[in-house]
Ligand binder design. Sequence first.
Ligand SMILES: [Zn+2]
Length: 222
Amino acid sequence: MIKDANLKFPNRRQKMKSVEGIVIHHPLAYWTIQRLHEYFISIGWNGTAYSYYVQQDATVYYGRSAKGTEYVGAHTKGENHRYIGICAEGNFHQDVNGVPAKRISDDQYRKLVSITAAKCREHNLTHKDVFGHYEIPGQSTSCPGKLFSMDKFRMDVRKELMKGDDDLNLSNYQWSVLENQVEGLLEDGVISDQDWLRKIKDRTITASEMIWLNSVVLQRLR
Ligand SMILES: [Zn+2]
């Protein structure tokens, strides 16, 4: 699903220790991954600043990150050690220096949602860990632009994360029972990862995770 543009990086890239969130960007330009990469090298950077790049033609490319490895990017001042950056080609703000602003196309948007959701799954994140560049404190930017709604985007990532989980179809009462059970498991140290509680509260738990959780609850009842 993610294509490799075989980018060469002038310097060694630094591996990320953990990924705590995802930052969404636009480059204010209509450039291919190669052009983008060359631009960053021309200004003395270690190649493309973004971890992943979604082109207008809806192709997703590795940027600073590579297959199986997230490398520290250069997209969000002071936060690159903990956030990966996903950039969608284009200008979603306003016309600037002859670069026209346009809304993202449906095709490109769908790919952006799907790569973001895939990265959420991989790094155990939810839609609430997805930010627009401008939402990160200390950044003076409107990126990814006023024509791009981060609230809608997060909801679409959430929907994507819940796909295939429709069969859970729990009532509010069942969700609250589950929440109590998981709180009990956490208190008793049967499980230690607070993410379980978060996933239930956010209702982003998947069917397979639910099966595992049920087996833990049943074992404890025995
Ligand atoms: Zn940005």
